[in-house]
Ligand binder design. Sequence first.
Ligand SMILES: [Cu+2]
Length: 157
Amino acid sequence: MLFRTLIPAAALMLAACSGQAADKPADAASGQSVIEVKEAFVVKPAEGRDIAAGGLMAYVTGAPVELVGASTDAAARVELHTMSMEDGVMQMRQVESFTASEGEPIVLQRGGNHLMLFGFDPSVAVGDKVDLALEFRDSDGTSQTVVTSAEVKGLGD
Ligand SMILES: [Cu+2]
């Protein structure tokens, strides 16, 4: 009798768990931060150039995470760059990572911290979408890759 009542209870619990997992792939109970990337874009370089700048917003819910790398089929290599004014000259510098915490997203944009794509595919046109794979790492070293669709913008857009 006890055996018969336990089975349905266990089945219900399983159903509840799998239902929740489908709604939230990385829920807070698992301890993993939830990362949301929005407004990703890449600026198509001028004719004859193959270095493109890109940007995005990366929000985190939970513990802080670091963006440690990016890649795309549309370019040979993607670097993380800062931009600052030094002695009246704009300087770009490659960095290892950017950090996002709750209420303080990673903001990558033109004129500030940004993505720099080298060897940009010249066949990619303004208005196209390219996939960007973003590698995040949390404080205990766990990696999460977030793939986002980046809009290809023109230089003046
Ligand atoms: Cu740069």
